[in-house]
Design a protein around this ligand. Structure first.
Ligand SMILES: Nc1nc2c(ncn2[C@@H]2O[C@H](COP(=O)(O)OP(=O)(O)OP(=O)(O)O)[C@@H](O)[C@H]2O)c(=O)[nH]1
Ligand SMILES: [Zn+2]
Length: 317
């Protein structure tokens, strides 16, 4: 039998089969081939093969992972490994707010980057837009995200503004919502669901903040006029440490930086901080790269350097 992972911790997963039934499963033999090294072996969106567990009637055993097209991950610092948030994703909704909690463009920089690293189109969702008051600082950054090639949705789970556009993007796709705690990820799903024959009860029960909360993403299916939207809601993350690239790769994954990579006088060895003839610094001065994005770039690169040296230290203690 095959099933779709709709939620899971590090070792117990809920699968939905083609008939719509749900089965709680463990991994047969404890280790799943092909996913070694991840903090958690499976995430919502994964498809697996499973069989009934003869020892625990009503539950199942996962035998293998069907090919995973892509994965939205983050670097789990505690586990020093890649943590899967969702698999087989078509679009990443990077959720932020103009206020309450405060606008966090640096979080967006990181979430957008991770989408681009995983080759999953990321979209900015500015929720609670009813609270925006056309804040010029927020508008300036939202417009800059548009300028460098991202789609930006201004929505409100409370007033319904922008939700049609969101629904259209989510229909017939697998998507994932990422954002800091309290930006309204669950509220967006709840706002889309009423009257559509959807179970949303599970969404109002808040995630357990205890031990395994970080892996408790869950996939919900919402009927829309255009077709079903399969959306994975993830628990709020405080920080996103980019996963899957080293410090030297960063310049290739930030959209407006990438065309300048290698074009500085010092080529790829340029640190873009002090060197004459640095195309990145010239672009910042010319307003082609926003100062805040440059600041994000420097911080993320520093973090990636630290991560790299930590992992080298780990290999040769
Ligand atoms: N004014 C306003 N408040 C909103 C909106 N969307 C959500 N909220 C409120 O923001 C608070 C947090 O919303 P949640 O949906 O729980 O946020 P979340 O991102 O799922 O939070 P975590 O589950 O902790 O990651 C709730 O009190 C919501 O009522 C909105 O569009 N406008
Ligand atoms: Zn440079």
């Amino acid at each position: 039998m095959t099933g779709l992972v709709i939620r899971g911790s590090r070792n117990i997963f809920t699968l939905r089969d083609d008939g719509g039934g749900e089965t709680e499963c463990r991994i047969k033999g404890k280790v799943l081939k092909g996913v070694e090294g991840y903090y958690n072996p499976l995430a919502p969106g994964d498809r697996v093969e499973f069989e009934p567990d003869p020892e625990h009637p009503g539950t199942g055993l996962i035998l293998s992972l069907l090919e995973r097209r892509n994965a939205f991950t983050r670097f789990n610092q505690k586990g020093q490994s890649s943590q899967l948030l969702a698999a087989n994703v078509d679009v990443v909704f990077c959720v932020t707010t103009p206020a309450s909690p405060p606008f966090r463009p640096r979080f967006l920089d990181r979430a957008l980057l991770q989408g681009d690293i995983a080759n999953i189109p990321p979209v900015v969702v500015c929720n609670k837009y009813d609270l925006s008051d056309n804040d010029p600082d927020v508008e300036e950054r939202l417009e800059d995200f548009i300028r460098i090639g991202y789609r930006v949705l201004r929505v409100s789970a409370h007033t319904g503004e922008g939700l049609d556009e969101f629904r259209d993007l989510a229909a017939n796709r697998f998507s994932v919502l990422v954002g800091q705690s309290g930006v309204g990820k669950s509220s967006i799903i709840n706002a889309l669901a009423p009257g559509m024959g959807l179970k949303t009860g599970a969404l109002t029960e808040k995630y357990d903040r205890g031990s395994h909360t970080t892996t408790m993403a869950r996939l919900v299916e919402i009927e829309t006029p255009a077709g079903p939207a399969r959306i994975t809601d993830t628990p709020g993350v405080r920080r996103l440490v980019p996963d899957g690239i080293g410090p030297g790769d960063l310049v290739f994954y930030m959209r407006e930086f990438a065309p300048l990579a290698g074009r500085c006088s010092y080529g790829l060895s340029c640190t873009h901080v002090t060197e004459p003839g640095c195309k990145i610094m010239e672009a910042v001065a010319a307003g082609v790269i926003h100062e805040d994005r440059y600041e994000s770039f420097l911080r993320i690169r520093e973090e990636l350097f630290l991560k790299e040296s930590a992992s080298e230290y780990g290999k040769n203690p």
